[in-house]
Design a protein around this ligand. Structure first.
Ligand code: UDP
Ligand code: MG
Length: 310
């Protein structure tokens, strides 16, 4: 029998877990021919999440968990779970039921057809502001333009991955992870299926705009050095303009003689170039920071306890 893991990172999800489990149980019981496992990753929750998971495990041996030593964030929680998964396929989903478990049947169907990565593409997103939708749309467009790997717009982490993809992901050990990009980067045959993203059933989203901005920068800096190249291009353009302007001044001085006026143009040029330099120093800093973090070579996470060995 083929084995399937359902990977669920959880951070303070005590309100959602009971309903989530009910929905999953119903689904798992209705699908024969597969052996299911639920792999909860408790990402340092401060509420009763771990207790609820442990209670579920007592009732149902299909429930497994990894308890991290503190909150590491969803991206790290996912790789922690992946490291503990040894099944033929895995499904990643959120704990808040924004990803309908019923879609798993369709994912399994396409997996059987030979696709290695069946991802759920959002047709609509309930319970999200227009600003969030608009900013995410624009961001994906930009990311697509500046990076060479194909970015899938409106596709989240909700997907089914074949064993080959799982093994590939286990090998990517970068500390600042942008998992959505990694899914694209590893390649393999992808199939997109459409669904309506529901609103959260309970609790609050863990994201604020600052967090999303950080994730956005993460996405760009981990997949392309385009901003560095942009810095070079603009730098060259400004240098060329500066030379032309210099020649103009020299010629003008030779013909008409020198004059001391010109303070406004001088100060605006200084400010402009100063500003451009600061922006590019910032961009360099972003990449330098990434190098700094990677060179430390720390393990990605620590496990407090888990119900299953690697
Ligand atoms: N999550 C996590 N660690 C965190 C933040 C979130 O494991 O530090 C989990 C969370 O429990 C949920 C999933 O990641 O299962 C998605 O989080 P959320 O619903 O807050 O994000 P959104 O759906 O708003 O993008
Ligand atoms: Mg959510």
């Amino acid at each position: 029998m083929k084995t399937i893991s359902i990977l669920i990172p959880c951070y303070n999800e005590q309100e959602s877990l009971p309903t989530l489990y009910e929905r999953l149980k119903e689904l798992m019981d209705s699908i024969e021919n597969y052996q299911f496992e639920i792999m909860f990753v408790n990402d340092g929750s401060r509420d009763d999440t771990l207790k609820i998971i442990k209670d579920l495990r007592v009732k149902d041996s299909r429930v497994n968990y990894v308890d991290l030593s503190r909150n590491f964030g969803k991206e790290i929680a996912m790789i922690a779970g992946i490291d503990h998964i040894n099944t033929d396929a895995m499904i990643v989903m959120d704990a808040d039921l924004q990803d309908p478990p019923e879609l798993i049947k369709e994912m399994l169907y396409w997996w059987e057809q030979g696709y290695k990565d069946v991802c759920a593409k959002r047709k609509s997103r309930a319970g999200e502001t227009w600003f969030k939708k608009w900013s995410s749309h624009t961001y994906y467009k930009i990311l697509q333009k500046v990076s060479r790997i194909p970015v899938q717009p409106d596709v989240g982490d909700f997907r089914l991955l074949d064993r080959q993809c799982i093994e590939a992901l286990k090998e990517l050990r970068e500390t600042q992870r942008y998992t959505k990009g990694l899914f694209s980067w590893i390649g393999f045959d992808k199939k997109e299926i459409l669904f309506d993203r529901d609103a959260r059933i309970a609790g609050k989203t863990k994201w604020n705009y600052f967090g999303l901005f950080n994730l956005a920068v993460e996405g760009i800096t981990s997949f392309t050095i385009f901003p560095l190249r942009l810095a070079s291009i603009i730098g060259i353009a400004i240098a060329v303009l500066a030379i032309i302007y210099m020649l103009f001044i020299i010629v003008k001085t030779l013909i008409y003689g020198g004059d001391v006026a010109g303070y406004p143009s001088l100060i605006s040029v200084i400010l402009f170039i100063g500003g451009v330099q600061l922006v590019f120093l910032g961009i360099m800093g972003e990449y330098l920071g990434r190098i700094f973090n990677e060179t430390k070579g720390r393990p990605l996470y620590f496990v407090k306890e888990c119900s299953k060995s690697k």
